[in-house]
Design a protein around this ligand. Structure first.
Ligand code: ADP
Length: 434
């Protein structure tokens, strides 16, 4: 499923990039082509304008005769266009004159015109289309063709100013290749990069989905055992309907204990599920951690005494802003664990104090401690050090996960220090008010 999503993301990414490249590439290509065409056009136009300054009689091979006949001194001094000394046309631009039938009259540059159909150019000039591209032997040419005032056998002489498009065409074809190969290469690289990035982006989602899946499967697993115990005991009871409750006290007590465990488990699951969704409404009130732990200690005293564990409280005022019910739940989880994992004769001490801008609650016990290899996972959901106690044992394995969430949702942190065989200390630090 994730691989498919990864490929899909990559495909979208590549498609988006391809569209952008296509757009930018087309715009670049068109603007370069336009600028090259403008150059060609203005070179031809300039040459055309310059040539117009010459006496039209120069456009026919008979110009020497004209000169002699006209006896015009000014004109005699004027250099003929394209005769080598002229600056009129650049190296790339040339001109040709033809008669009305397209027969070449003048070709001063000696351009190879064999493959150029001047008849068509004349016809198009006559119909108002001065600008034409034609294919020569080894390159294309752009021509501007116009009828001049010069005549030959009573018909007008046509002036064709042309430029080879070889440079323009080869520049455009190189540009096209660079854009096409660059674009394809870019898309190829983007696909590889996109695939790697998509993998990275999907990792946290994958991790969160996997943790949700594990949570659900762990929860089902945890519930299966108490349900099985309740079912087995129920069957025993049903098999002997004639017996009194007193006679089956064992079964009834087991059912009660498992039901209570399930209720606690379901309550904890609900808390964590709501926490995951961010749906828990927290009260914002001033809570004195000192008062709160004094209260909790009073509630836990009987349980601790029954176990032979002495409970000590050193509560100094430490006021935080938060939800008193949740903070009480946090203190209860820590104190309950401390009592649970401390043998008779041991001590559990609870202290609160204000330390700088933090309010501190510390629960220390002289109990069994937590082995080093388990310390990193102690806040994980369903994690229990003594897994051998197995599901159905008193704890749900969710207490510390809930404690951590309560501390964090109040802008604080929870830390643990433990020495196996000597005891454990949990420290909660929350932002203090006042
Ligand atoms: P549980 O419901 O099993 O107590 P918790 O999440 O509260 O679940 O605790 C997880 C595990 O951390 C416990 O099973 C226990 O092994 C260990 N643990 C928690 N508190 C203490 C403590 N004060 N001393 C020793 N071990 C502890």
């Amino acid at each position: 499923m994730f691989l498919q999503a990864r490929w899909k993301l990559t495909a979208w990414y590549a498609a988006a990039l391809a569209s952008i490249l296509l757009l930018v590439g087309t715009a670049t290509y068109l603007s370069v082509r336009r600028s090259l065409d403008d150059d060609v056009r203005s070179a031809i136009k300039t040459a055309m304008a310059d040539l117009a300054a010459f006496d039209p009689s120069h456009y026919t091979p008979l110009r020497e005769n004209h000169r002699e006949r006209d006896d015009d001194d000014d004109e005699r001094e004027q250099p003929a266009p394209g005769d080598g000394s002229s600056e009129v046309v650049s190296n790339e631009v040339f001109f040709v004159t033809t008669d009305r039938n397209g027969a070449v009259l003048l070709n001063p540059r000696g351009v190879d015109l064999e493959h150029i159909d001047f008849t068509a150019l004349v016809a198009r000039a006559d119909s108002g289309n001065s600008w034409n591209d034609v294919r020569g032997e080894d390159s294309r040419y752009r021509f501007a063709s116009n009828a001049t005032t010069a005549t030959v056998a009573g018909e007008p002489v046509y002036l064709h100013v042309g430029q080879s498009l070889r440079n323009r065409d080869s520049a455009l074809s190189s540009l096209w290749k660079v854009l096409a190969f660059g674009g394809l290469g870019g898309i190829g690289l983007a696909c590889v990069g996109g695939f790697l990035l998509a993998g990275r982006a999907l990792k946290p989602i994958q991790a969160s989905l996997e943790s949700q899946r594990r949570f659900v499967s762990d929860a089902s697993h945890e519930l299966r055992t108490p349900i099985a115990v309740v079912q087995a005991n129920n069957e025993l009871l049903i098999r002997h309907p004639e017996q009194t409750v007193e006679q089956n006290a064992g079964q009834v007590e087991a059912i009660a204990a498992e039901t209570e465990h399930m209720a606690r488990l379901v309550g904890d699951l609900l808390t964590l599920a709501r926490a995951d969704e961010g749906r828990v409404q927290l009260a914002r009130e001033a809570v004195d951690l000192g008062e709160l732990v004094t209260d909790v200690a009073r509630d836990m005293k009987a349980l601790a005494e029954a176990k032979g564990v002495s409970l000590e409280v050193a509560a100094r005022p430490a006021i935080v802003e938060g939800d008193s019910q949740r903070l009480r739940q946090l203190a209860l989880i820590l104190v309950d664990n401390a009592v649970k994992y401390t043998q008779g004769g041991g001590t559990v001490s609870i202290t609160t104090r204000k330390a700088g801008r933090r309010a501190e609650m510390v629960v220390t016990d002289t109990g069994v401690g937590i082995p080093g290899e388990h310390q990193g996972r102690i806040f994980d959901r369903f994690y229990r050090v003594d897994a051998a106690r197995g599901p159905g044992a008193a704890g749900t394995g969710l207490g510390l996960a809930i404690a951590k969430w309560i501390a964090e949702v109040h802008g604080g942190r929870i830390a643990m220090q433990s020495e196996p065989g000597r005891g454990t200390t949990f420290t909660v630090r929350l932002p203090a008010v006042g």
